[in-house]
Design a protein around this ligand. Structure first.
Ligand code: ZN
Length: 297
C-alpha cells in the first residue's frame, strides 16, 4: 500500500465548529437591537464584539474612522474591530464580515417602514456569528495558517454605494506591512439564510479565481455542493472589492436570495427566525475545514 501525501482528507478532519453556538451568537446580536452607526445599539455592539474577540486572542484593536453622512449632514464615528490570531505559521489568511446593520429598511414592501432600521439577523449578525465561532474553534485547535479577523463597520450605511463599504475601504487604505503579506481573504455576508445557497460570486472569480476554485471544490468534497453550487450567482458590490483593489485576493461568500425574490433583504423581515444553525454550520464547517487543510507555505 502506498500512502498518499498532501492534504488531509477533508472528511476525516475533526471539525469543532458548532452551529448551535453560532446561532446563539446571532441572536445575542439581534437582542441588542439595530446596530447602525450613531445608534445606541452600535456602541453596545462594538463593546460586545471586542469582549467576544478577547476571549480568543489578546491582539484585538479598534480602527476608528469618521464619515460625514449625506442623510443627516452630521459626522458619524465608526470602528472596525481587528482580531489577530498568530499561530506562528508562514501564511496569513484574512476572514471578514460586517458588524453594522442597515439604518433603514429601504427595500421593505411598506414605504412606511423605509425610515425604520433593520435588525440584520442575516445581513450583519450571521457573518459575525460564524467568525466568532471560528475563533473559538481555532483557539481550541490551531490551524496551519495565521488569521486576521476583520469585522468591518459602515458596510451598510448608504443609502448609496458611495456611502457603503466604508470600513473595508478604510482598512484597505491603511494596510500595515504585515497586512500586505496576507495570502488571501474570505468575506462572509448574508450566510445565515435557513434556505442557504451560496453560488460563485463573479467579482470573486475575477479577482481570486484560484481561491474560488479551491474553496468550491473543497465544499463539494465535504458534501456541501447543495449549499455551495459550482455555478455563477449575481455580481455583488461588497466589502471584498476594496481588499481586491488593494492587492489582497478576496472572495465573497454571499447568498443574495434571501426570501422569495430576495424579498427579506433590507426589510424588517431580516430576523433570526429566517436564519438557522444548520446554515451557519454549513458555512462555518466548510471554512474551518478549508483552512485546516491549507498548506503551511
Ligand atoms: Zn446589507
Amino acid at each position: 500500500m502506498v500512502a498518499s501525501c498532501g492534504q488531509v482528507s477533508a472528511q476525516k478532519q475533526d471539525l469543532l465548529f458548532d452551529g448551535a453556538k453560532a446561532y446563539s451568537l446571532l441572536k445575542e446580536q439581534c437582542d441588542i437591537g439595530p446596530r447602525y452607526p450613531g445608534s445606541p445599539g452600535h456602541i453596545k455592539m462594538r463593546d460586545w464584539l471586542v469582549a467576544q474577540c478577547k476571549k480568543y486572542t489578546e491582539d484585538v484593536t479598534t480602527q476608528e474612522f469618521r464619515h460625514q453622512w449625506s442623510r443627516t449632514g452630521a459626522t458619524v464615528t465608526m470602528w472596525n474591530v481587528v482580531a489577530r490570531m498568530d499561530f506562528g505559521a508562514k501564511k496569513t489568511v484574512l476572514l471578514m464580515a460586517h458588524w453594522d446593520t442597515r439604518p433603514f429598511a429601504d427595500q421593505d414592501p411598506s414605504s412606511a417602514n423605509h425610515t425604520k432600521p433593520i435588525l440584520g439577523a442575516n445581513d450583519g449578525a450571521s457573518g459575525v456569528a460564524v467568525l466568532l465561532e471560528l475563533m473559538r474553534s481555532f483557539k481550541e485547535k490551531k490551524p496551519p495558517v495565521n488569521l486576521v479577523f476583520l469585522f468591518t463597520d459602515g458596510e451598510d450605511l448608504g443609502p448609496g454605494l458611495d456611502e457603503m463599504f466604508l470600513g473595508a475601504t478604510h482598512f484597505a487604505n491603511h494596510l500595515s506591512a504585515s497586512d500586505r503579506e496576507i495570502a488571501y481573504g474570505i468575506l462572509l455576508d448574508m450566510i445565515g439564510d435557513r434556505d442557504l445557497v451560496v453560488p460563485r460570486e463573479p467579482n470573486s472569480d475575477y479577482f481570486a479565481r484560484s481561491v474560488m476554485d479551491r474553496f468550491y471544490a473543497h465544499a463539494a468534497s465535504l458534501g456541501y455542493a447543495k449549499q455551495f453550487p459550482n455555478r455563477a450567482g449575481p455580481i455583488i458590490a461588497d466589502d471584498h472589492l476594496a481588499l481586491n483593489q488593494a492587492g489582497i485576493p478576496t472572495i465573497d461568500l454571499i447568498d443574495f436570495e434571501y426570501g422569495p425574490g430576495n424579498s427579506w433583504w433590507h426589510t424588517l423581515e431580516d430576523t433570526p427566525d429566517k436564519c438557522s444553525a444548520e446554515s451557519l454550520a454549513a458555512v462555518g464547517r466548510v471554512v474551518e475545514s478549508f483552512l485546516r487543510s491549507e498548506t503551511e507555505s
